[in-house]
Design a protein around this ligand. Structure first.
Ligand code: GLC
Length: 509
């Protein structure tokens, strides 16, 4: 289990309202007690924070908001002592516009070496005032920004995030060195941001209208999932393998099919990649089963372990996706037992173990996601899943930071019932369920590597066996279903021998 720490919202040691590395360090015992094997830290590098740190201006340091390199070293040492591996977030598709390379590019003429590290092009139209092609930013608006001398640069995300040109050997060499920098400091691996995006079709062609029907990253897209991207990962794998211990990658790979995903996981590329099938599936038995089968089916031939994710810092929290309120909580509890019973790696996004929901009513003035600004509010953005964690007490900031200082996003008052402190003392809490499930998962041989076998079950019910004596049943239907066997753990009360709707159970059979 890999626990995702969204640093700015996890724990604030100095009372500035923003989480930091010393804060994470102070809460490692909580993460270890939850049953994690590793932590993934979202970006903490120096950054103007145009996209919450995914706009890096120095890849070899810690932003003063989040601490120092010494804090990072201390965090790694403590994590390792607690049996936790540390995965850092690598952002190779783009730098910040404040990165010295981009500043040098702006100060240099067209055709210069400085500009060759990015994708500068002439515009279209008689005076070059139209963007070079029709690509759109993921965050809304055109993917091109014009500079004063008339050239345009590519930004698939915000204009403060210029895309690097990965055909440049200088860019490749720089990232080799960045990888080594963090590996030398004891990082156990990297989460690769936008791993499917680094290579672009060198002709930078328009995206054809036929293509749009193929979905977000179907085969043949000119800037997602280009073949050349795999060369980068082969190169990085050789670097990681040259270090002692097992240094691992997890790619953020948004592609259309699991076959495309599997190509990133060939034996000389990444060991793991996020698999977002389950995250995208609604609370529906057939959809969930299809997502699970597609993932296992595509990854088994390349020998890669699946990964399971229900929430992260980019999507609406799953309690809310599954309907919110009581139903959302019951379903999220059942989903946790389902995911922890599946073969492979499970990611837990900070706060899901407390049953936090998406915060939907943040004041617009406080929203920071560039998506909100770039779409003029048409897309609300991702701030609602990034609200700081409630640790203790009855009023904000709920122990997120010292004193009563305001966190960078306001926490709902009713989170007093969802603090880690309160849930730790309640055997029926989401936290208690996560702890119990993860402890069983750790000690049960049936829940290690291997595969699963589906058993026949009524419509709306998922039943799978991990070994002769371990079965997981998830009831996504509206009716109770009979179960048999000794109940090892359940996501809710089981009256008699019938599993209620929106409930899951682990059975010794
Ligand atoms: C990834 C990150 C997301 C970020 C984007 C641009 O999708 O998870 O938070 O905004 O890349 O770096």
């Amino acid at each position: 289990m890999i626990y995702q720490v969204y640093v700015r919202s996890f724990a604030d040691s100095d009372g500035d309202g923003v989480g930091d590395l010393p804060g994470v360090r102070s809460r490692l015992p909580y993460i270890a007690a939850l049953g994690a094997d590793a932590i993934w830290l979202n970006p903490f590098y120096p950054s103007p924070q145009a996209d919450a740190g995914y706009d890096v201006s120095d890849y070899r340091d810690v932003d003063p908001r989040f601490g120092t390199l010494a804090d990072f070293d201390g965090l790694v040492a403590d994590a390792h002592a607690a049996g936790l591996r540390v995965i850092v977030d690598l952002v190779p598709n783009h730098t910040s516009s404040q990165h010295p390379w981009f500043q040098a590019a702006l100060a240099s003429p067209r055709g210069s070496r400085e500009r060759s590290r990015y994708l500068f092009r002439e515009g279209r139209g008689p005076d070059g005032s139209e963007p070079p092609n029709n690509w759109l930013s993921v965050f809304g608006g055109p993917a091109w920004t014009r500079v004063p001398d008339g050239q345009w640069y590519l930004n698939l995300f915000d204009s403060a995030q210029p895309d690097l040109d990965w055909t440049s050997e200088e860019v490749r060499a720089e990232f080799d060195s960045i990888l080594r920098f963090w590996l030398d400091r004891g990082a156990d691996g990297f989460r690769i941001d936008v791993a499917h995006g680094l290579a672009k079709d060198p002709a930078l062609p328009d995206i054809s209208s036929d293509y749009v029907a193929a979905g977000p990253a179907g085969v043949g897209h000119p800037h997602w999932d280009q073949d050349e991207v795999h060369e980068v990962y082969r190169r990085w794998r050789r670097i990681a393998d040259s270090y002692p211990g097992e240094r691992a990658f997890v790619g953020e790979v948004w592609v259309h099919t699991t076959e495309q995903l599997a190509r990133y996981l060939r034996p000389d590329e990444l060991q793991t990649a996020f698999n977002f099938n389950l995250l995208l599936a609604p609370w529906d038995a057939a959809a969930m089963r299809d997502a699970i089968d597609a993932s296992i089916g595509a990854l088994t031939p390349v020998g890669a372990a699946p990964t399971w994710v229900l929430s992260n810092h980019d999507v609406t929290r799953h309690v809310t996706r599954y309907g919110g309120g009581e139903a959302g909580i019951h379903r999220a509890r059942a989903a946790a037992l389902m995911v922890f019973a599946l073969p492979g790696g499970a990611y837990v996004y900070q706060g899901e173990e407390l049953g936090l929901e998406e915060v939907l009513d943040l004041p617009d003035a406080l929203r920071q996601d560039p998506t909100f600004r770039r779409t003029a509010g048409a897309e609300i953005g991702r701030d609602g899943c990034r609200v700081p964690i409630p640790w203790s007490g009855d009023a904000p900031p709920f122990g997120f930071g010292p004193g009563s200082g305001e966190p960078w996003l306001p926490q709902p008052a009713h989170w007093k019932d969802l603090t880690a402190e309160r849930e730790a003392a309640d055997p029926d809490s989401m936290l208690a369920l996560y702890r119990a499930a993860l402890a069983l998962r750790r000690e049960s041989p049936a829940l290690g590597d291997g595969t699963l076998t589906w058993l026949d079950s009524p419509p709306g019910v998922l039943t799978f066996r991990r070994s002769a004596d371990f079965t997981c049943v998830v009831n996504l239907s509206a009716d109770p279903v009979p179960i048999s066997g000794e109940i090892l753990l359940s996501s809710g009360p089981i009256p008699g021998t019938e599993l209620p709707p929106d409930t899951a159970a682990w059975l010794a059979t």
